[in-house]
Design a protein around this ligand. Structure first.
Ligand SMILES: Nc1ncnc2c1ncn2[C@@H]1O[C@H](COP(=O)(O)OP(=O)(O)O)[C@@H](O)[C@H]1O
Ligand SMILES: [Mg+2]
Length: 421
């Protein structure tokens, strides 16, 4: 029966993909998004409530009779939005505040991994800068210095020299460049290898592994330039994570993760998205994210043939063990079109043309709509996403759509998915 109203919280490309997919559910009657963006407003009713306004979100969900709220961003989870909704008797998808510490505290995550034998980089953790410096001084370079808390994906510094590690420790811990996120740091060995994104729904006792995906974090072709929120993704990423390695991810990461939850009494129901480095010694966890990836969600949901609502329901109700969704055997590619200058300073308000003719699914990450026209309104603006029988064809389709879309200063990579070929 089509009688369920859903509310998606967030305003980026990931949330647009969640809205787009949930709207296709035969059980969903209406999709709302708070606060959403210009493109999301085409697929959902956007409500102007900020992610941090929990009371207003709860009041809206009650007034509108929302049957399920789905949380996109990490900061909402870390702020305890799930605990608040549940205390009000409202159904919500996402991890509770206690489980969200696996993302919001890299120290907490590291201790969890060590306690439960999950492979990760050798490291030390410090709240005293003197001790952090002494530890780094005894390490081989490059040295990885991480602010423990949430730092908008900017709190990790790869120091090529001991002097650079000292600077990073000073800036993070003493100058508090990332605020309180830098009260503690993790200092770890540099791992060589290829990165890969894993997604698994976890219901506290079981998990459901999604296909693999690979992100492109650097701004420029050939993995050069500054780190960004992600310039594009493709799925599957079976060249970096072939079946034998995926099996190791199951036994060494996910099985141990779920056993660790039970041992520690953590009620983790939601999406687990570990960032992996696939090294010569096998997969190692760089970090745990406790929500859908952005822009991984754009390619994963494009490949998902089953109803996403069923999967979210099974997670909340601890029924994942019996669930086997259908995935397209085709490949998906998402190319991010960003504002010129991103991830540095950029200006918005540029008119976007060519959207209506695009032969791809265009997820909006940062746009505004004004009188039927769309304008850029963020660093990442669009995620142009195509599905095709092979990765090469999916790339060709995505780039052909990108070439038909324009806005002043548009910046994107030409090599998304190339390393998967
Ligand atoms: N131990 C490591 N060795 C090599 N590169 C690393 C290591 N840890 C992190 N990185 C790099 O830094 C990026 C960000 O680190 P991550 O732990 O994912 O933190 P966040 O996403 O919160 O910034 C990773 O995607 C990876 O490219
Ligand atoms: Mg990361």
């Amino acid at each position: 029966m089509r009688d369920m109203k859903v509310l998606v919280i967030g305003s980026g490309g990931r949330e647009h993909a969640l809205v787009w997919k949930l709207k296709q559910s035969p059980r969903v009657s209406a999709v709302f998004c708070a606060p959403g963006n210009g493109g999301i407003a085409v697929d959902a009713t956007c409500v102007p409530i900020k992610i941090s306004e929990h009371d207003a979100l709860i009041a809206f969900a009650k007034r509108e009779g929302i049957g399920l709220t789905v949380v996109g961003p990490d900061d909402a989870l870390a702020a305890g939005i799930v605990d608040r909704f549940e205390a009000e008797g409202l159904r919500i998808f996402g991890v509770n505040q206690s489980a969200a510490r696996l993302e919001s505290s890299k120290v907490f995550a590291k201790e969890f991994m060590l306690r439960h034998g999950i492979p990760t980089a050798a490291s030390g953790q410090f709240s005293d800068p003197e001790k952090a410096r002494a530890f780094a001084a005894a390490m081989k370079t490059p040295i990885v210095v991480k602010a423990s808390g949430l730092a908008l994906g900017k709190g990790v510094i790869i120091a090529e020299t001991h002097a650079a590690a000292d600077v990073a420790i000073r800036e993070i811990m003493e100058e508090r460049k990332f605020g309180d996120a830098g009260a503690e740091v993790v200092i770890e060995e540099f791992l060589d290898g290829e990165e890969c994104s894993i997604h698994a729904l976890v219901d506290g006792g079981s998990y459901l592994l999604f296909p693999s995906a690979q992100d492109h974090k650097r701004a420029l072709d050939g993995d050069r330039g500054l780190n960004t929120g992600g310039m594009g993704t493709f799925s599957p990423a079976d060249k970096v994570l072939p079946p034998a390695l995926e099996q190791r991810v199951r036994t060494e990461v996910l099985d141990r993760f779920v056993a660790g939850l039970k041992a520690d009494g953590l009620d983790f129901r939601g999406m687990l998205f570990p960032g992996l480095m696939v090294t010569a010694d096998g997969p190692k966890v760089l970090e745990f994210n406790c929500r859908f990836g952005d822009p991984e969600t754009q390619v994963l949901l494009t490949r998902l043939e089953s109803d996403l609502l069923d999967l979210l329901d099974a997670t909340i109700d601890r029924r994942l063990a019996g669930v086997a969704p259908k995935w397209s055997s085709e490949a998906a590619v998402c190319v991010i079109m960003a504002s010129g200058g991103y991830p540095g300073a950029y200006s918005g308000g540029k008119e976007i043309t060519g959207l209506a003719d695009a032969k791809a699914t265009v997820f909006h990450a940062g746009t505004k709509r004004d009188g039927g026209k769309f304008f850029s309104a963020g660093g990442r603006v669009l995620g142009v996403t195509a599905l095709a029988p092979t990765l090469a064809e999916a790339r060709a389709r995505a780039y052909s759509a990108v070439d038909g879309i324009a806005f002043e200063g548009a910046q994107f990579r030409r090599d998304i998915g190339a390393k998967g070929l």
